[in-house]
Design a protein around this ligand. Structure first.
Ligand SMILES: Cc1cc2nc3c(=O)[nH]c(=O)nc-3n(C[C@H](O)[C@H](O)[C@H](O)COP(=O)(O)OP(=O)(O)OC[C@H]3O[C@@H](n4cnc5c(N)ncnc54)[C@H](O)[C@@H]3O)c2cc1C
Length: 393
C-alpha cells in the first residue's frame, strides 16, 4: 500500500471517542430514517433538517481541524458518521462531497483566507460545497478535461462544461477542476481547483433526470467566461496534489456510506427472516435464505475492515490510494449483494416501497459507477498493487 505523504497527518480519534460519536449520530438519525429520506427526496427537498441536526452535534466537521471549528478527528471519524447515517436509512451522498472531498482539499491546501471563509461553515453544516470534475468527454479520464481557466485582467476566467454535478442547486459554491496555466504565479499547465460561487454571471445549469431516489439532484453546468478572483484557486501549482487529497476521502466516504446501506439491508432482512413463517419454520431456517445473508454479513465485515484500513492510512497522512480503491470496490459490490439478498428474503415485499429496500436500488447501483467506477478501481489496484502494465494512457 502506498505510503506517500500528504500534508495532513491527523490524530486518529480514540475508540471511546468514536463509540460516543457513533451513538450520537445514531440518536440524531433515529429521528429521521428512511421514510424521511424518501419524503424529502420525493418533495424535491434537500434533507436540510437532517444535515442541520448532524451539523449541530459536530458530526459533519469531525475531520476538519479544531482551529477551524471542526473536531480534528480525521477521516476515520467522518466514515463512522457516514456509515451510521446510511445504516439509519438516509444515505446522504453529500457527506462524501462537501465535508469529505471539498473540506479536505481546503484543509490540506487552502489559503488561510479560504480556510477561514469556508471551513467553519462546512464544519457546522451551514455552508455546502459541491464538486465538479466530470465532463461529457472526460469522465473516467480526468486528465482529458477541456474546461479551461485563463488569467485575464487580474481574474481567472473559466469556460467549459461539467456534468453530473450533485447538489449544486443547494450549494453555496463549488470546487471546479479546470485546466489552467500562467497567472500571477506562472503556474505550469494541468488541472487546478477553483472555488466558484453557484450564483455567478456566466454560469448556467440544467437538471439531469436520473433513476435514483436521493435528495441530491444532478446537474449539467455550463461555464461561459465565468470570472472568479485571482485568489479563487486552491493550492496553486499543487494542482494534482489538491485533487488527489480530496479523491481518496471521497472513495473512503463512499465505502462507509455503502457499508451503512449493507448494514441497513442485512438488519432488515434478518428481522424479516426470523418473523416470516410460510411453512412450519421461519423462512430464515431455510439455507437458501440464510446463506446469502451470511455471505453478505461476511463481505460486509471485510468491507468495513478495508474501509477502516483506508481511513487510518488517510489519517496517518499517507495517500493510501490502493486501500481506498479496495475499500470502495468491496463496499460497492457488497452493498449490491446485500440489498439483493435482503429483497429476495422479503419476497414480494422486497419490491414494496413500504419495506424500504427497492427504494435504494438505484443508489446502490450508482456506486459501482460513481464517484469512480469498479473498472477504474480494478485498473488502479492492478497497476499499483500488482505492478501490471496499464491498458490506457
Ligand atoms: C448520480 C451521479 C452523481 C454524480 N456526482 C458527481 C459529482 O458530484 N461531481 C462530479 O464531478 N461527477 C459526478 N458524477 C460523475 C461520475 O463520477 C462519473 O459518472 C464516473 O466517474 C464515470 O464517468 P463517465 O460517466 O464519464 O463514464 P466513462 O468514463 O465514459 O466510462 C464508461 C464505462 O467505461 C469504463 N471504462 C472507462 N475507461 C476504462 C478503462 N481505462 N478501463 C476499463 N474500463 C473503462 C468505465 O468503468 C464505465 O464502465 C456523478 C455521476 C452520477 C451518475
Amino acid at each position: 500500500m502506498s505510503t506517500t505523504s500528504s500534508p495532513r497527518a491527523t490524530a486518529t480519534a480514540g475508540a471511546e471517542e468514536l463509540a460516543a460519536l457513533r451513538a450520537a449520530v445514531r440518536q440524531v438519525c433515529s429521528r429521521f430514517g428512511h421514510d424521511y429520506y424518501l419524503r424529502t427526496s420525493a418533495e424535491g427537498g434537500n434533507a436540510r433538517e437532517l444535515w442541520t441536526a448532524l451539523g449541530e452535534i459536530g458530526a459533519l466537521g469531525v475531520a476538519i481541524p479544531e482551529e477551524h471549528g471542526g473536531g480534528g478527528q480525521g477521516i476515520e471519524a467522518l466514515a463512522v458518521v457516514a456509515e451510521e447515517v446510511a445504516a439509519c436509512g438516509s444515505p446522504l451522498m453529500l457527506i462524501a462531497l462537501s465535508p469529505a472531498v471539498c473540506a479536505t482539499m481546503l484543509a490540506d491546501h487552502g489559503s488561510p483566507a479560504q480556510q477561514q471563509e469556508w471551513l467553519p461553515g462546512l464544519a457546522d453544516g451551514s455552508k455546502v460545497l459541491a464538486f465538479a470534475i466530470t465532463e461529457p468527454d472526460a469522465g473516467s479520464n480526468a486528465h482529458n478535461i477541456s474546461t479551461r481557466a485563463v488569467f485575464e485582467d487580474g481574474a481567472w476566467v473559466l469556460s467549459g462544461q461539467k456534468y453530473y454535478v450533485s447538489h449544486v442547486d443547494n450549494a453555496d459554491a463549488m470546487v471546479v477542476i479546470a485546466d489552467a496555466q500562467g497567472g500571477p504565479d506562472q503556474l505550469p499547465p494541468g488541472p487546478k481547483a477553483f472555488l466558484v460561487p453557484t450564483e455567478v454571471e456566466g454560469l448556467s445549469r440544467s437538471e439531469i433526470a436520473v433513476e435514483i431516489i436521493s435528495p441530491e439532484r444532478q446537474y449539467s453546468l455550463f461555464l461561459d467566461r465565468v470570472r472568479v478572483p485571482a485568489d479563487a484557486i486552491v493550492g496553486g501549482e499543487r494542482g494534482l496534489g489538491v485533487l488527489f487529497s480530496g479523491l481518496n476521502p471521497e472513495r473512503i466516504l463512499s465505502a462507509a456510506l455503502l457499508n451503512g446501506i449493507s448494514r441497513y439491508a442485512v438488519d432488515k432482512a434478518v428481522a424479516y427472516a426470523r418473523d416470516r413463517v410460510v411453512w412450519s419454520e421461519p423462512i430464515g431456517a431455510h439455507q437458501a435464505i440464510a446463506h446469502p445473508l451470511a455471505r453478505a454479513e461476511t463481505r460486509l465485515t471485510a468491507a468495513r475492515l478495508l474501509t477502516l484500513e483506508a481511513a487510518r492510512a488517510a489519517d496517518r497522512g499517507e495517500t493510501g490510494g490502493v486501500a481506498a480503491a479496495m475499500a470502495k470496490l468491496e463496499a460497492s459490490e457488497t452493498a449490491s449483494l446485500a440489498l439483493d439478498a435482503a429483497m429476495q428474503t422479503h419476497g414480494g415485499n422486497g419490491m414494496a416501497r413500504e419495506y424500504g429496500l427497492a427504494t435504494l436500488s438505484g443508489l446502490v447501483r450508482l456506486f459501482r459507477i460513481a464517484p469512480v467506477s469498479s473498472e477504474m478501481l480494478l485498473n488502479h489496484i492492478a497497476h499499483k498493487a500488482l505492478r501490471l502494465p496499464r491498458s490506457y494512457r
